[in-house]
Design a protein around this ligand. Structure first.
Ligand SMILES: NC(=O)c1ccc[n+]([C@@H]2O[C@H](COP(=O)([O-])OP(=O)(O)OC[C@H]3O[C@@H](n4cnc5c(N)ncnc54)[C@H](OP(=O)(O)O)[C@@H]3O)[C@@H](O)[C@H]2O)c1
Length: 252
């Protein structure tokens, strides 16, 4: 199927690790999309860019930025637009998981998790929407996560906020040819998960909790994100789509 993505531009956050952002960037580049990739680690971004060029894609522009900084949104959006032109597709992928926070735990931990996992997603999107509205086309894809919260974890709370906000955005911008969707990964094997869980723990969890009996690969989520980014997915908006091997417990 021709995804009709050739010549579109995309900004992908969190594209540096061997995780979801990188896989989505590679998938978009393979469809002829011009990319700007961003995160804090320049050497890894350069490695991603070199891999894309070696595979025959356009050389991605790079913006090195710590998304937690106050001025990160204006820095990333202005540099991205300067380097590749108006942005057609925004992939909000930068994010981190949180440990359990005690009930009496510090506000700072909640603020940090809400900032990276929700506020920056909202702010980057709001910064790019006016230009998408003007050009009557756009795609926003938020790589979110589960919102089933076991205990006191800030990340699922932030991801739930993304789901609710994203639905609202989809209501407002549909008439301008713009879609806004969330893809909720569950146990896709990336740097973050390798760091957090031992191989033994992952095998036990897979056998116990994941119907597909294994962790997923970044490519298995990236192909959905690339499709949602395409003109072909123009009637899909306001959704939350899990890619989790059946891990989540509830149907709705
Ligand atoms: N993998 C899963 O099963 C899973 C499950 C639930 C949710 N998710 C969500 O999926 C997204 C991608 O996760 P992943 O598993 O691919 O994780 P990952 O491999 O750790 O990648 C996270 C990315 O975010 C970037 N990042 C982190 N902090 C940043 C900061 N302060 N400023 C700029 N960039 C920053 C990292 O780049 P630098 O370190 O270079 O800055 C990296 O490129 C996240 O939003 C995560 O919450 C993943």
């Amino acid at each position: 199927m021709d995804l009709q993505l050739k010549g579109k531009t995309a900004l992908v956050t969190g594209a540096s690790s061997d995780g979801l952002g990188r896989a989505i960037a590679q998938g978009l580049a393979a469809e002829g999309v011009k990319l700007c990739i961003t995160s804090r680690r320049r050497p890894l971004l350069e490695e991603v860019a070199a891999g894309i060029v070696a595979a025959g894609g356009h050389e991605p522009a790079i913006v090195v930025a710590d998304i937690m900084k106050e001025d990160a949104v204006s820095q990333i959006t202005s540099e991205a637009v300067k380097k590749i032109g108006p942005i057609d597709i925004l992939i909000n992928c930068a994010g981190i998981g949180s440990p359990q926070i005690a009930i009496e735990g510090p506000d700072a931990e909640w603020i940090q998790m809400m900032t990276i996992n929700f506020d920056r997603v909202r702010q980057l999107t709001h910064a790019l929407l006016p230009s998408m509205i003007e050009r009557c086309w756009g795609r926003i894809i938020n790589i979110s996560g589960k919102s089933e919260n076991k205990g006191m974890l800030a990340t699922p709370s932030a991801k739930a906020a993304v789901h609710a906000w994203s639905k609202g955005v989809s209501n407002l911008v549909g008439k301008h040819g713009i879609t806004c969707n969330s893809v909720a990964p569950g146990r896709i094997l990336t740097e973050q998960l390798r760091r957090k869980y031992t191989e033994e723990w992952r095998a036990e969890e897979s056998a116990r909790d994941i119907p597909m009996g294994r962790y997923g690969e970044p490519d298995e989520l990236a192909c959905l994100a690339v499709f949602l980014a395409s003109p072909r997915a123009g009637y899909i908006t306001g959704t939350v789509m899990p890619v989790d091997g059946g891990l989540r417990r509830y149907a709705f």
